[in-house]
Design a protein around this ligand. Structure first.
Ligand code: SF4
Length: 501
């Protein structure tokens, strides 16, 4: 484990993403592949990373002990020495995790995967999402004598598995998974068995791929691409897959199902809006395609007309809104609007520390470090700024100030999601509700417009948002942060730090 600490990567005024998972079974380069997968999924967690590996049993050898390496920092920093992957994390089975936490981020003991020895051998787990019954489960386990070493939900899985009275390790894992509620995708290793599971509502994505004879699981398909694995399908909500020696018979993982099957799934719709990479396929749809549809839907609901002989210039807030902006332009043109896609904002990807001068606001310095305007594009123009969401609103206000310095004629802001009025109990980190600009203004868009200083402001409606995604079969979506209606009840008064991932 390395000891250095890395200043957390910080998206400005965006909900922070949760965690990334990777699992590999049956490839002698399992840990190196996991490293590449985690690197592709760096956007889902930048605070810490870790990998556990194992050499599986063969005709002549027993499985090796699990090997682990983890630490704070980005994937390339923690695994900067190739020998960690080639000499330490050897074997053909591996799991990995990138971590972003809601609280306690500097607690090294909270870095995943977690690994324990118990009566059936060694167990390692990595988890993405938040449980909603952590408080009662922890209390029950503590009453029975369990001592917790971390503040994470993930440790609950380990204790529930270890304390289960079921007769086989597989049944003990099923017991543990059937006891928890809320949002989780997870990868586990029980000795040389790889386990992949997704909660029955399917809040968080998890996909399955093949790389020759090997199997791969990952939070998003962009990780499969870098591992040169072929996408097979999503791990289904409520499905638990066991990759082990039994696969010698037909090559397929052993499949089991969790008991609590809801009538409808509740995929996190924010994964489409902002969290997932546009080159990924999640919930059986391409993120890029959905984001274009969001932009198109937004232009249908709230178009901005050009003036005579003067086109309207449409710009995205890079990078997460680029695709929605393309959809917005196409739909505007289809409506007969003289609209052009322009690159008027440039994003600097390398934001380091900020040094604040007297009278300066830290967030303003960050916005200026992160964005700059292309003045020749903006000056004298009617511009439309496409953004995926507004959280506190302070960054939007500062960004609009910055754009005004380039002397546009008008600034129109269009948001490819509904107003965020509430937090997320299922693993995304939003600020407290009181800090949300939409909550502060009771959802009044005109008041929000005044606060951020735009000439006009419009959000996508919840209905229109839902019209952009498929509703085939059991497919449904969580829209809790936009509606305040949450599909899985959360234990009352549960604090953020009680379900840290
Ligand atoms: S509350 Fe929002 S961010 Fe959380 S799972 Fe639901 S849609 Fe996703």
């Amino acid at each position: 484990m390395i000891n250095s600490t890395h200043p957390p990567f910080e998206e400005i005024d965006k909900p922070r993403s949760n965690c990334a998972l990777v699992g590999v079974y049956g490839d002698t380069a399992a840990s190196t592949l996991t490293y590449y997968g985690l690197h592709a999924l760096q956007h889902r967690g930048q605070e810490a990373t870790g990998i556990v590996s194992c050499t599986s049993a063969s005709e002549t050898h027993a499985a090796s002990k699990l090997r682990i390496y983890k630490g704070p920092g980005l994937v390339t920093e923690v695994f900067s020495d190739q020998e960690i992957l080639t000499d330490l994390l050897t074997g053909d089975v591996a799991i990995g995790h990138n971590r972003y936490s809601t609280t306690g981020s500097d607690n090294l003991e909270n870095i995943q995967p977690f690994m324990v020895n118990y009566r059936d051998g060694q167990l390692a787990v990595a988890h993405n999402g938040n449980l909603t019954n952590t408080r009662s489960l922890r209390r029950e386990l503590q009453d029975e004598g369990t001592i917790f070493q971390t503040s994470t939900d993930t440790e609950v899985f380990l204790h529930l598995t270890a304390r289960s009275k079921a007769s086989t390790p597989e049944d003990r894992i099923m017991d543990a998974l059937n006891s928890v509620r809320g949002a989780y995708s997870l990868v586990m290793m029980h000795g040389d068995t790889l386990i992949a599971a997704r909660d029955p509502h399917g809040f968080r994505p998890l996909c399955l791929g093949r790389r020759g004879d090997a199997w791969v699981v990952a939070s998003e398909t962009c990780a499969l691409d870098i591992m040169q694995a072929e996408y097979v399908r999503d791990v289904a909500p409520g499905e638990v897959l066991f990759f082990d020696r039994r696969m010698d018979r037909n090559g397929e993982p052993v499949q089991r199902w969790l008991t609590h099957q809801p009538e409808q799934y509740h995929h996190c719709i924010f994964e489409y809006i902002y969290f997932s990479r546009p080159d990924s396929r999640i919930f059986e749809e391409n993120v890029d395609k959905i984001r274009r549809r969001l932009g198109k839907a937004l232009a249908e609901e709230s178009p901005v007309q050009g003036d005579e002989d003067d086109p309207v210039f449409i710009m995205s807030v890079p990078d997460s809104s680029n695709t929605a902006a393309v959809g917005f332009v196409r739909s505007s043109v289809k409506q007969g609007i003289d609209a052009r896609y322009e690159i008027g904002l440039i994003r600097n990807h390398y934001i380091g520390r900020t040094f604040i001068q007297p009278g300066q606001e830290k967030r303003e310095v960050k916005v200026r470090m992160k964005f700059n305007t292309v003045k020749g594009v903006i000056e004298g123009r009617k511009v439309v700024i496409i953004d995926d969401s507004i959280v506190r609103g302070t960054t939007s206000r500062l960004l609009i100030n910055l754009i005004r310095e380039a002397n546009p004629r008008e600034i129109h802001v269009r948001i490819s999601s509904p107003p965020i009025v509430s937090g997320c109990p299922y693993g995304m980190d939003f600020p407290d509700r009181e800090a949300l600009i939409a909550h502060q203004n009771g959802g009044d868009v005109e008041k929000i417009r005044e606060e951020i200083g735009a000439d006009t402001l419009a959000y996508l409606s919840v209905d229109k948002l839902l019209s952009t995604v498929s509703h085939e079969g059991k497919r449904g979506y969580c829209t809790g942060c936009f509606t305040g209606k949450y599909p899985v009840p959360v234990e009352e008064n549960m604090r953020k730090d009680e379900h840290e991932t």
